[in-house]
Design a protein around this ligand. Structure first.
Ligand code: E4P
Length: 218
């Protein structure tokens, strides 16, 4: 399973790189705004910086919603760095653009997936990744993990090469359950990845080992 960091924060990305477990990064316009990145030149420069930090796919989202805008923006993003994956919303014009990008060999991540039908359509169009949003479905009383299961099953039935990128993953149990269900990738904040480190028995066991060593060796 690949671990992607869901952030535009360079410090957090650097920290995950140093941990040695990072396979890629996903961003979205809200995460870019959170870092105060504004204006096209700054936005492009920021994506460039992220790509230089991470040896893996970096999703950069288009803002346009017409086919022409999505294609223009996506092609400019793809030219920026070989790590860029063009993130395209699950809308009619987005699906058409995903087919265009697939035909040109440009990688895509179809975002804002909330149903199995949407995921199937994106896979048919040739998306590299689909991003079902687990947490946002849970937020409205649906079962986000059930959607992951459905999409994994459908893609496996037909051998689609599109990867299931579980997004909006909010806590450690989400991540573990996505792994159990066979999601290809999980994207989440840094605290979810570092949360995997924690177990009270590890802390207790280590303290006892060190205390015993000190008692005998001084
Ligand atoms: C996906 O790529 C999105 O950036 C993200 O996972 C959304 O997460 P949120 O619902 O916690 O904002």
């Amino acid at each position: 399973m690949k671990f992607f960091l869901d952030t535009a924060n360079l410090k957090e990305i650097q920290e995950a790189v140093e941990l040695g477990v990072l396979d890629g990064v996903t961003t979205n316009p809200s995460l870019m705004a959170k870092e105060g990145i504004r204006g096209l030149d700054n936005i492009m420069a920021h994506y460039q910086q992220i790509c230089e930090l991470v040896d893996g796919d970096v999703s950069a989202e288009v803002i346009g919603t017409s086919y022409e805008e999505i294609v223009r923006e996506g092609e400019a993003l793809a030219e920026l760095h070989p790590n860029i994956v063009v993130k395209v919303p699950m809308i009619r014009e987005g699906v058409k653009a995903i087919r265009h990008f697939a035909d040109k060999g440009i990688k895509t991540n179809c975002t804002l997936i909330f149903s199995a039908g949407q995921a199937l359509l994106a896979a048919k169009a040739g998306a590299t990744y689909v991003s079902p949003f687990v947490g946002r479905l849970d937020d409205i009383g649906h079962d986000g993990l059930q959607l992951i299961q459905q999409i994994v099953d459908i893609f496996s039935n037909y051998g689609y090469p599109t990867q299931v990128l579980a997004a909006s993953v909010r806590h450690v149990p989400h991540l573990i359950q996505c792994a159990e269900l066979g999601a290809d990738v999980v994207t989440c904040p840094l605290n979810v990845i570092t949360g995997l480190l924690n177990h009270p028995l590890t802390d207790k066991g280590l303290a006892a080992f060190l205390a015993d060593h000190k008692r005998v060796n001084g």
